[in-house]
Design a protein around this ligand. Structure first.
Ligand code: NAD
Length: 411
């Protein structure tokens, strides 16, 4: 199943519950604008090379469109389209005044130098600068991009349109960024995992957790949950996983990846396991925090964790979602679980527009307040309609977007 079909399916499950009209459904599923551009650049060796970049703007009924920019060799229009619509529902679930968008460049960042990455980023902005902006569409980091890429985007966009740091979020703190943005998604995943455990009358202290992906989201999730008393028993990178039944020393693992250019490869303080084995471990909480589509009908019957928290976007495919629901597995969906990043991006955008600097305590406090409200609303919606947390989150998001679209006089 293609990524866009999966999101559509989740959308229609919730739309059925809401008894949404066909007209409104078609308005809400169709992206507003899809842009595909050629991004030519010069390699360090002086050769001409070319990659393809995408920006899909899904919906702006509730405000300027917002969504990350992904650099990954598997990026294609279908994936970006799916992630753009997820952003529409995500910003609505956490009640931020935004719509949804997403971008991507099909490139393998591990094969590029910093200078090549910068040239690609600036050229991509040259191609799309007219369709993004602080009041229209605001990119942010995602897989393969970070604060440096966001700084280049701001700088390049400002060359065309004048000084305006609010055109992009996730910038370095020293360059119009906000403290706490880098940790925000993982911190939000951690916060919500603890809330979910408590709602399910389970204790966070001593709960065994396996985390797939040890990048931005995975590391900050591990750090937060470790400090909350959970036992992180497994972690993994793209090629390798590591397991220790008594719990991995998270600080030691973080130190290891810092020393090894972000890679866990060769980590000797835990036993090596494969990424597939990690997903099937007998743990209390499984947190896929890498790529989409890792839990499918093929491996769903072997998943033993009773709780899955979707830190990555779209890690559980719809058929697997159904199988896991039948077995009573509780899934905290991506539209809520990883919304911490876009929430702090919103604070950064507000800070940029007001030219008033926020401190870390304020960011963390407001993040917790925003996510807690959204969690309680999704939980209540699920209970009120006897549906899964995923369907409840989509129902909440769709209802808000549909209402705004209707009030604006579009239908
Ligand atoms: P990242 O690039 O910092 O880290 C990704 C991690 O996943 C790395 O450890 C990498 O080695 C690993 N990985 C890559 N391919 C893999 C594979 N096939 N199997 C297992 N592991 C693999 O990315 P990130 O920012 O941490 O994003 C991770 C996920 O979270 C993505 O799905 C992204 O869309 C989602 N997300 C990120 C943010 C954010 O603020 N960064 C916000 C919302 C959602």
């Amino acid at each position: 199943m293609r990524a866009f079909e999966a999101t559509q399916l989740y959308f229609h499950q919730a739309a059925d519950q809401l008894e949404l009209s066909d007209n409104l459904r078609s308005l809400l599923v169709t992206p507003r604008r899809e842009v595909q551009v050629q991004v030519p650049y010069e390699t360090d060796g002086g050769e001409v090379a070319c990659v393809i970049g995408y920006r899909v703007q899904h919906n702006r009924a509730r405000g300027p469109m917002k969504g990350g920019l992904r650099y990954h060799h598997q990026v294609d229009l279908d994936e970006v389209r799916s992630l753009a619509s997820l952003m529409t529902w995500k910003t609505a679930v956490v009640n931020l005044p935004y719509g949804g968008a997403k971008g991507g460049v099909a490139v393998d960042v591990t094969k590029l130098s910093q200078r090549e990455l910068e040239r690609i980023t600036r050229r991509f902005v040259d191609e799309i600068h007219d369709v993004i902006g602080p009041d229209t569409d605001i990119p942010a980091p995602d897989m393969g991009t970070d604060h440096r890429v966001m700084a280049w985007i701001m700088d390049q966009h400002n060359k065309y349109h004048g000084f305006n740091p609010g055109v992009v979020t996730g910038k370095p703190v020293e360059y119009y960024g906000i403290p706490g943005r880098e940790e925000a998604t993982g911190r939000g995943v951690g916060l919500l995992t603890v809330k979910l455990l408590s709602r399910l009358t389970r204790k966070a202290a001593g709960a065994q957790v396996a985390i797939q992906g040890f990048g931005n989201v995975g590391t900050h999730t591990a750090k937060f949950l470790d400090e909350a008393g959970c036992q992180i028993v497994a972690i993994s990178g793209s090629r390798d996983g590591y397991y220790r039944s008594e719990g991995i020393d998270v600080r030691d693992a973080l130190h290891y990846v810092l020393e090894h250019q972000g890679s866990l490869e060769g980590y000797a303080s835990a036993d090596p396991i494969s990424n597939d084995e990690l997903l099937e471990l007998d743990v209390d909480v499984l947190i896929p925090a890498a790529v989409g589509g890792v839990i499918t009908v093929a491996n769903a019957p072997r998943i033993r964790a009773p709780i899955i928290v979707e830190a990555a976007n779209g890690p559980v495919l719809p058929d697997a979602d159904r199988l896991l629901a039948e077995r009573g597995v509780t899934i905290l969906p991506d539209v809520l679980a990883n919304a911490g990043g876009v929430t702090v991006s919103y604070f950064e955008w507000v800070q940029n527009r007001q030219h008033y600097k926020w401190n870390l305590d304020r960011v963390r406090g407001e993040l917790e307040r925003t996510l807690t409200t959204a969690f309680e609303e999704v939980w209540d919606e699920a209970r009120a309609h006897s549906v899964s947390l995923r369907t409840a989150a989509f129902m909440l998001g769709i209802r808000r977007v549909a209402r705004a679209a209707t009030l604006s006089g579009l239908v």
